[in-house]
Design a protein. Structure first.
Length: 288
């Protein structure tokens, strides 16, 4: 990373553990995260970060750099420690080596308006037992990389959750109708496998194969369960996560793709996509 970007990178990292260093234009993300942690009596005691440049371009005296930052936060809560991780993609612009812009690239803003499905009324039961441990193990293995056995999507959050559920033993059904069931086969897939809102509708309506029960509160969820997010509160859900751990108060910590995250607090209050209108759906996976 060039010197100016390296200095910026180091300053932004410092802000997560030192409130005395509030640098103009860069502290907002750290302040939001620290406030979110404080609400649940938690704090960052150590942070590590590494960055790499993804793309650079120049136009006269202007230079644009797309870079990625992988944060590792050691979080303390009620005497217990756990590590949260997240990968953030950012864009910065320089004019004659002076920084004039540094902002996060919001991955959720690029979500396509794809066809959705509410699931079907197929009654045939497919027997299975959901292995929550295997689902979580898969979620941990692939939260920040992509399993080459599966197709990868630009907006990969639901594809990743579907893979986790399948690793836990949830059976596919519905092929080859893309609007039916939940499946991936022969480089083709159902909408519910890859589209966030479609999976939310499928989990709410499926009566065979992969099935789920909606619960009212996040603390009712178990490891391997799913949370769906409607950031704008407009009725269309645009993100999904999987529960991989619980914090000291028994609240879910989740893994996700698109904005790759590990053991992130379920509410996403520190996300750039968060709005006061956010809505959640909490689904516990049922055995077949």
């Amino acid at each position: 990373m060039n010197q100016s970007l390296q200095e910026l990178f180091e300053e932004r990292t410092e802000q997560f553990v030192s409130k005395s260093r509030r640098h103009s234009g860069n502290y907002e993300k750290a302040e939001t995260k620290l406030d979110s942690l404080a609400k649940r009596s938690a704090e960052i005691v150590k942070v590590k970060a590494r960055g790499n440049i993804l793309k650079q371009s120049s136009d006269g005296d202007f230079q644009t750099t797309i870079y990625q930052v992988h944060y590792q936060y050691l979080i303390k809560q009620k005497g217990a420690l756990y590590q949260e991780e997240e990968v953030e993609e950012r864009m910065c612009k320089f004019f004659k080596n002076d920084l004039i812009l540094d902002k996060e690239i919001n991955p959720y803003a690029k979500l396509a308006e794809l066809e959705i499905t509410a699931g079907d009324e197929q009654e045939e039961r497919i027997s299975y037992q959901y292995n929550r441990l295997k689902a979580v193990q898969y979620a941990e293995r692939w939260w920040n990389s992509y399993n080459p056995a599966y197709k990868t999507f630009e907006n990969n959050c639901t594809n990743y959750i579907s893979q986790c559920l399948h690793a836990g033993g949830a059976p596919m059904r519905g092929y080859p109708n893309r609007g039916t069931g939940w499946w991936l086969r022969n480089n083709n897939w159902s909408y519910s496998w890859t589209v966030a809102h479609s999976l939310r509708l499928y989990l709410a309506n499926s009566k065979s194969g992969l099935r789920a029960k909606e619960v009212k509160n996040p603390d009712q969820l178990l490891l391997g369960d799913v949370i769906c997010y409607d950031f704008e509160g407009d009725g269309r859900y645009n993100h999904n996560t999987i529960v991989t751990a619980k914090d000291a108060y028994g609240m879910p910590l989740v893994n996700a793709n698109t904005y790759n995250s590990r053991m992130r607090y379920w509410a996403y209050e520190d996300s750039s996509a968060y709005t006061p209108n956010i809505k959640y759906k909490f689904f516990t996976i049922l055995d077949g």
